[in-house]
Design a protein around this ligand. Sequence first.
Ligand code: GDP
Length: 170
Amino acid sequence: LPLIAVCGRPNVGKSTLFNRLTGSRRSIVGDEPGITRDRIYGEIEWQNVKARLVDTGGVVPDDEALIPSEIFRQAQVALQEADAIVMVVDGRTELASPDMELARLLMKGGKPTFLAVNKMDSESMYAAAENFRRLGFKNVLPISAEHGSGIGDLLDEVFAVLPEPAEGLE
Ligand code: GDP
């Protein structure tokens, strides 16, 4: 199945989004036994098309010191294995330099990338999402992972770029 990666700093709402998209079907996968900062995989279906979803920051502790090394390492893995990448930012915060570094890294990878500006719980907040266009993404979508708004538009755009699954293979 094609793979969609969800990237972003801690607390932006990645796991809220992941849970909304996948329900409860999820499994934690690490690079090595005993390492807890892992990726979490799940399955998603949209308009009768299935894909896998990976939350790259799944169990990263909320520790600022870990942001550069660990989030970026996870992003590198996502860049290698994913067919599409969704970067999530917290639309209620200022645009910060780690977001810019992560965005640059993701866009350099040459995979289709999407920016989900999360925590836009009402349409009156969508103007704030425009701020994040400075990150340079072509596709910028305001969403509320908690309330579900904007999610359909995001999935429409992401699934449109996924490769067709090979006939008979699952
Ligand atoms: P992660 O560390 O990126 O996986 O972020 P989480 O999914 O754990 O979310 C961090 C915090 O943001 C939690 O308190 C969530 O309830 C909150 N949150 C996530 N999505 C939304 C949203 O759409 N709107 C609001 N207002 N809060 C959200």
